[in-house]
Design a protein around this ligand. Sequence first.
Ligand SMILES: [Zn+2]
Ligand SMILES: [Zn+2]
Length: 200
Amino acid sequence: MSPIATDLAAAAGWAAAGAAAWTLLEYTLHRGLGHRWPDNAFGREHTRHHATTHYFAPTRKKALAAAPVVLATAAAAALALGPRAGLAFAAGLATAYVAYEVVHRRAHTHGPRGPYGRWLRRHHFHHHFHAPAMNHGVTSPVWDLVFRTYARPGTIRVPEKHAMPWLVDPSGAVRPEHAVAYVVTRRRAPAPAAAAAPGG
Ligand SMILES: [Zn+2]
Ligand SMILES: [Zn+2]
């Protein structure tokens, strides 16, 4: 290999390492700051995302929080690995972070296109609607498997008020293509008081 090709291959390797490091960060930030110790800026935004599934923290807020983290990672990686490898590592991490933001938002706003999209949505909506202590990874199940927080989703029961726009038709019924994996649960009307105590 020519020296340039060797350099490029090394940079691609460090970028892939940065992307892999993001998946661990995605898991630990979500589990730690989002759920375990949620009394922090990210945790408060995340609690709101769970309470109102259609809510996402404003992009400006996220960019302001992410920029110093990426810069600090780039500086630390450059010191540890040298400037080129450090920069490639930080670029891989930042790219994977942006991809995660897009993929997570689209999981809520757009229906799945293929097997990965179907897997990702069921994994994430199991976390939202069944077991918030499980399935903290969004883009991959790897760290859930490693830290034993992986739960295989069954039928996802989505409360009516959280129903994703792609899941239901205008009448609120689950679209047929999603009916094998999802049901929408409606709040039951309270039982009439008179019927509660027969004869008394
Ligand atoms: Zn979500
Ligand atoms: Zn969560």
